[in-house]
Design a protein around this ligand. Structure first.
Ligand SMILES: Nc1ncnc2c1ncn2[C@@H]1O[C@H](COP(=O)(O)OP(=O)(O)OP(=O)(O)O)[C@@H](O)[C@H]1O
Ligand SMILES: [Mg+2]
Length: 457
């Protein structure tokens, strides 16, 4: 079913057309003249326009031009009387899908409409396919039965059916993109586009045009009009990944879009209206960014209508065996290797590893192990997990935020604390000896021990 705008001033003709189209299962919006037609176009979400060429207030040609400006993807079919065929031909050159000469058989028009809709669907799909490259378009399997992951799955299932904006929070590699896709593929929009954009991966000057599109000549290099991701995602879902990296100017523009679902292309003057479900994700502490004035509080509240936090893998160790099995099966098939399983010793290592890179790190580890293992059993050596002590008791994780200087200070403190502790232990608590090994003066060592609160037993 499609929503079709019919612009026709002759009452009997309008009635005949709407009956014929409704009988085909389409929704019809009628307009009596060009001006009315354009207003209707702005107000309702339409898939196709059938317009008479000769109309009161604004001709069919002017209607065509205005519609193409707002949404170049909408097919426009013009109806023409014998005397205006030349104009109709010109219209097709200017972007009309086709024209039909009056009087015509309604079946002929329906045939044209179906062809146009099919073509439009293919074009949109093509653009999206290109954008998505070889990425899987369907919902990948979500593995895990831990209470924590089941809670996330439950939340996602509940919110999917609505239009509600979802904010996915979680460390890198926890599955934010996976769950963003889940929101889309569990929603009524699943047949429409899922368009993802990584706000951190695109330079600031290009990001605005990526998101909102641009008009020809909007900036050097803008040789043609381009649709932005918001337009491509129309009727579907847009996934704004790494939203915490969006700069303040674009945050303001995004906020306006979320409030009114309306925006202008870069260099444009026409307001574009879209119907898009927004899913955003970040691994940043947005509350912290708000305090540092790096993220707008009002935008945060718009986005965080329904926040979902995906717990890190180390907090749901129960999921590891199933994930391991899933990834082994996946890579054995993809790499064409014989079936494999892990030894108990390997599983023990896998369960103990801190997985700071979460599921992605585990996935990479298994891919590597499958490549390295010739037989059927994956031994600990092939996992390549050195029993590295990433965290030490009493030492907080390294904070990776704030200024470069702050991070550098924290890293220095972290490394020095570990080294001093180790050397003190090796020297049996003898600080003079420890200072010698560390090649600092006794006084310096004492100051550091005091500053870093190192217990010197
Ligand atoms: N529960 C899960 N079941 C199966 N696969 C998973 C699960 N969670 C994550 N994955 C897989 O792990 C990989 C990383 O997930 P994803 O890209 O969604 O993480 P992310 O949170 O977006 O990470 P980043 O912050 O690094 O972008 C993907 O290949 C994804 O399919
Ligand atoms: Mg991601």
């Amino acid at each position: 079913m499609a929503s079709i705008l019919v612009i026709e001033d002759k009452e009997s003709m309008a009635k005949m057309l709407s009956q014929a189209l409704e009988a085909e299962g389409h929704r019809v919006v009628l307009a009596r003249d060009g001006r009315d037609g354009l207003n209707q176009f702005k107000e309702s979400k339409l898939d196709l326009v059938v317009s008479d060429l000769k109309l009161p207030h604004k001709s069919g040609l002017e209607v065509l031009e205005a519609i193409k400006e707002q949404n170049p993807m909408i097919p426009v079919i013009l109806m023409t009387a014998y005397g205006t065929i030349e104009t109709a031909v010109r219209a097709v050159k200017e972007g009309a899908y086709d024209f039909i000469t009056k009087p015509f058989d309604p079946d002929h028009l329906i045939h044209l409409i179906n062809k146009a809709l099919e073509k439009q669907r293919l074009v949109t799909e093509n653009i999206i396919l290109r954008e998505e490259f070889a990425k899987q378009l369907k919902l990948p399997k979500i593995i895990g039965k831990s209470p924590k992951i089941l809670e996330v799955v439950d939340k996602v299932q509940r919110v999917a059916a609505s239009h509600t904006t979802v904010l996915l929070l979680g460390e890198s590699g926890t599955g934010k993109e996976l769950f963003a896709r889940a929101v889309h593929y569990l929603s009524p929009r699943k047949e429409e586009a899922f368009v993802a954009i990584n706000c951190a991966a695109i330079p600031r000057d290009l990001l605005e045009s990526e998101l909102f599109g641009h008009e020809r000549g909007a900036f050097t290099g803008a040789v043609a009009r381009k649709m932005g991701k918001f337009e491509l995602a129309n009727k579907g879902t847009i996934f704004l990944d790494e939203i915490g990296d969006l700069d303040l100017a674009l945050q303001a523009k995004l906020l306006r879009v979320l409030e009114g679902e309306e925006f202008m292309r870069v260099g444009g003057t026409v307001k574009i209206m879209v119907d898009v479900r927004v899913v955003a994700a970040t691994n940043k502490d947005l509350q912290g960014s708000i305090k540092q004035k790096l993220f707008r509080e009002d935008l945060y509240y718009r986005l965080a209508v329904f926040p979902v936090t995906i717990p890190p893998l180390r907090e749901r160790v129960e999921d590891i065996p199933a994930l391991v099995e899933h990834f082994i099966a996946h890579y054995c098939e993809e790499l064409n290797r014989e079936a494999k399983s892990v030894t108990p010793a390997s599983m023990e290592l896998l369960l103990k590893h801190p997985w700071t890179g979460n599921v992605r790190e585990l996935q990479n580890c298994i891919e590597r192990a499958v490549i390295l293992t010739d037989g059927q059993v994956i031994s600990p050596e092939n996992l390549g997990l050195r029993a590295k002590e990433l965290t030490e008791p009493g030492l907080p994780d390294l904070p990776i935020e704030g200024s470069l200087q702050e991070v550098a200070n924290a890293a220095t403190r972290y490394a020095e604390t570990r080294l001093i502790r180790r050397v003190l232990k090796e020297a049996g608590g003898n600080k003079t000896k420890a200072a010698e090994i560390l090649k600092v003066s006794y006084k310096t060592l004492l100051t550091k021990i005091k500053d870093y609160e190192i217990e010197s037993s």
